[in-house]
Design a protein around this ligand. Structure first.
Ligand SMILES: Cc1cc2nc3c(=O)[nH]c(=O)nc-3n(C[C@H](O)[C@H](O)[C@H](O)COP(=O)(O)O)c2cc1C
Length: 252
């Protein structure tokens, strides 16, 4: 690839999640630019089923901490953006226009999450290009209804990701990825063989150990995943998530 093209891809190829931030605010002008870039993401039928709630207010932040717990990156980041899939606004417009629709709950969930996630990732890339760092926090899934109440979201709006943004004060190493051959298939799916799996896992695990990724008492990615996704914790998590999504009208 010619040098100039490789350089253009740098914001994507070199992107890393950032969890430590300078105590420096982000101007409204920059935030608006980020959201504008986010909005250029493709959208199913052009409905743009998303809303972005910028949270800088300390009282709201405290309520969100209470609802989903604290993480260092949340405490440090000057700006949070709560990413929501939002059918309330498109449906209101449909109603005004007399557009007769019958959107199923699962459709609203899946397509809304696709639309909103594409916007979120555009914002991450735009932030990187503008010299800002960011990290997603997924724990909103633990209490989407509480977050909806705190942010005064109407029915048909589902908060599902929190994006912490700020000026980076760290330069972490790149985290591992599967080799290209494992994720890119030609015309048909081929499961990587055991040798490739082991070789990927060993290399990735070594890299993570070197960057002190694991919490105290955890020595491997396998151990990390076993703790994180264990049956005992996952079953109530799944139950709570289903119930929340049903109550919010995003699952039948
Ligand atoms: C849906 C989602 C939820 C995430 N939640 C968290 C989180 O709660 N805390 C955190 O520190 N990182 C979180 N991350 C960031 C991942 O840990 C990170 O992307 C992954 O370790 C790969 O590292 P990289 O982004 O630097 O390549 C989340 C990422 C995604 C996509």
């Amino acid at each position: 690839m010619r040098g100039i093209k490789a350089a253009a891809l740098k914001p994507l190829i070199e992107r890393k999640s950032i969890r430590k931030f300078e105590r420096k605010p982000i101007s409204k002008r920059i935030l608006e630019k980020l959201v504008e870039a986010g909005q250029r993401a493709p959208s199913n039928c052009g409905v743009q089923a998303y809303s972005l709630i910028v949270v800088e207010d300390d009282e709201k932040r405290d309520l969100i901490f209470e609802a989903i717990g604290r993480q260092g990156c949340m405490e440090e980041a000057p700006v949070w953006i709560v990413i929501c899939c939002d059918w309330a606004r498109p449906l209101k417009l449909f109603e005004m226009l007399g557009v007769d629709t019958e959107l199923g709950q699962t459709y609203k969930l899946v397509l809304g999450i696709i639309d909103a996630t594409l916007v979120a990732m555009n914002i991450v890339t735009a932030a990187d290009i503008m010299g800002l760092g960011s990290v997603f926090v997924g724990s909103i899934w633990r209490s989407p209804r509480k977050i909806a109440r705190i942010l005064e979201l109407p029915a048909n709006v589902l908060p599902f990701l929190l994006l912490c943004i700020g000026y980076s004060s760290e330069s972490p190493p790149k985290r591992p990825r599967w080799p290209l051959q494992a994720v890119m298939h030609e015309n048909r799916y081929i499961m990587p063989d055991g040798r490739m799996m082991r070789s990927y896992y060993r290399g990735a695990n070594r890299a993570l150990l070197e960057m002190n990724y694991f919490k105290k008492g955890v020595h491997s990615w396998a151990e990390h995943w076993s703790r994180k996704f264990n049956k005992k914790d996952m079953a109530p998590y799944e139950k709570n998530l289903r119930e929340s999504l049903k109550k919010m009208g995003f699952l039948p």
